[in-house]
Write a protein of this length. Structure first.
Length: 177
């Protein structure tokens, strides 16, 4: 008698679980059917959006760097990968390069600015010309904030919100993303 009461209790407890299991299986089946029908379109759209964001970041990055560079200084090389952009430029002094990096740091769209190298051998494929006595190459990189981090801020606004540029040893990437 005791066993049949225990069995009845277990069956009673099992019925709601069986019902939720059936509902979950129906939802999974409906989702799988939807993805069979529309999955490739959704994946294509996501891929296009991702590529478009990278393209926009690249052009925005070049525009930002060119706005911040001092007069007479030009970016001679740049690379972009996702939200990271590297740049190389020749500066006449360390203070001019530091001012440039600080101005990048103040832009609200920028998450972090890093000094990778400052000297005469910072661009393997583009050594300084002997005529450029006293000038040095600055290799730097910065990362963009996620668009969601920028909500409510205009792209051209800047922030004076403290913080200094994070020093980084050449060849060491402290950018943990």
């Amino acid at each position: 008698m005791e066993k049949s009461a225990e069995v009845d209790r277990l069956l009673e407890a099992h019925q709601p679980l069986e019902k939720s299991d059936l509902e979950a299986r129906e939802k999974v089946a409906a989702y799988e059917d939807f993805m069979k029908q529309h999955g490739s379109k959704i994946q294509y759209r996501k891929s296009v959006e991702k590529l478009e964001e990278r393209r926009v970041l690249w052009s925005e990055g070049l525009r930002l760097v060119n706005e911040k560079l001092p007069a007479g200084t030009e970016l001679f090389r740049s690379e972009a990968n996702g939200r990271r952009m590297d740049g190389w430029a020749v500066f006449s002094s360390g203070s001019e390069a530091a001012h440039f990096l600080e101005s990048l740091k103040k832009d609200v769209r920028v998450k972090g600015v890093f000094l990778d190298c400052f000297g005469t051998n910072c661009a393997e494929d583009a050594p300084l010309d002997k005529k450029e006595d006293g000038k040095k190459i600055l290799h730097f990189h910065f990362t963009w904030k996620l668009r969601s981090d920028q909500d409510g801020q205009s792209p051209s606004s800047t922030s004076d919100g403290g913080g200094t540029i994070q020093d980084q040893k050449p060849g060491v990437d402290n950018d943990l993303e």
